[in-house]
Design a protein around this ligand. Structure first.
Ligand SMILES: C[S@@+](CC[C@H](N)C(=O)[O-])C[C@H]1O[C@@H](n2cnc3c(N)ncnc32)[C@H](O)[C@@H]1O
Length: 207
């Protein structure tokens, strides 16, 4: 669960923890996911903006996060890189955008902590244009029994403490609007990257 009273210091400490975890367990995640974004793009739960280095120069980027402190670090990071970022405080479950606003939606390492993944994914489908691209990376329920056991034990502590889930799998909960076009699991299946597309306008119009 996001802590909206997070301070700038705790937001910066997040970077150190996250970067050391990803070097060990999912070093290619951000590049795999983010370099696929194009056009009008929204990153939901952008955090401190660790994905910013991977966006192409032609991407017009909006970043949303529940935590103003995390978002402030993302804004600073974008400015340092000379990148325009439209930053908005908002909830993944109720995005402050009209239907069909974006060509791409990126969400990394955050669906593990939203209260209801199904609601967030339905919201993602709503704000994407026909043929839009959904790009996800997260830690998910592992394909290996021993790792799954560890995940269940861990989340017995983390769910009550911070709302952090380890046995979810967003790819298995995608609304029917989405078709998965590429995916990759690594680290005993405990990390998954997904590219899915919404139905193209020609298909929607033909119904
Ligand atoms: C583990 S961090 C990941 C940040 C970033 N996506 C990354 O890959 O580094 C999770 C982020 O999700 C945000 N978050 C959690 N629940 C949210 C929600 N319901 N809506 C928007 N942001 C949320 C938190 O504030 C935090 O910045």
């Amino acid at each position: 669960m996001a802590n909206v009273t997070e301070t700038a210091d705790s937001a910066k400490r997040f970077d150190q923890t996250m970067l050391s975890l990803e070097r060990r367990f999912f070093p290619d995640a951000r590049e795999w996911v983010v370099t696929r974004a194009s056009g009008d793009t929204v990153e939901v739960a952008i955090g401190t903006g660790l994905n910013l280095p991977y966006y192409g120069a032609d991407v017009r980027l909006t970043g949303v996060d529940l935590s103003p402190a995390m978002l402030a670090v993302a804004v600073e990071r974008a400015a340092q890189r000379g990148r325009k970022l439209h930053a908005v405080v908002g909830d993944a479950a109720q995005l402050p955008f009209a239907d069909a606003s974006f060509d791409s939606l990126v969400c990394t390492f955050a669906l593990c902590e939203v209260p209801d993944v199904g609601v967030a994914l339905t919201e993602f489908a709503r704000v994407l244009r026909p043929g839009g691209r959904l790009l996800l990376a997260d830690h998910v329920v592992a394909t290996t029994a021993i790792v799954r056991l560890g995940q269940r034990l861990l989340e017995a502590i983390t769910i009550p403490a911070s709302g952090e889930h380890y046995t979810r799998r967003p790819a298995a909960q995608l609304p029917a609007d989405f078709t998965v076009v590429d995916s990759h699991r690594r680290t005993k299946g405990a990390v998954e990257y997904v590219e899915a597309r919404t139905r193209p306008a020609s298909v929607i119009g033909g119904q």
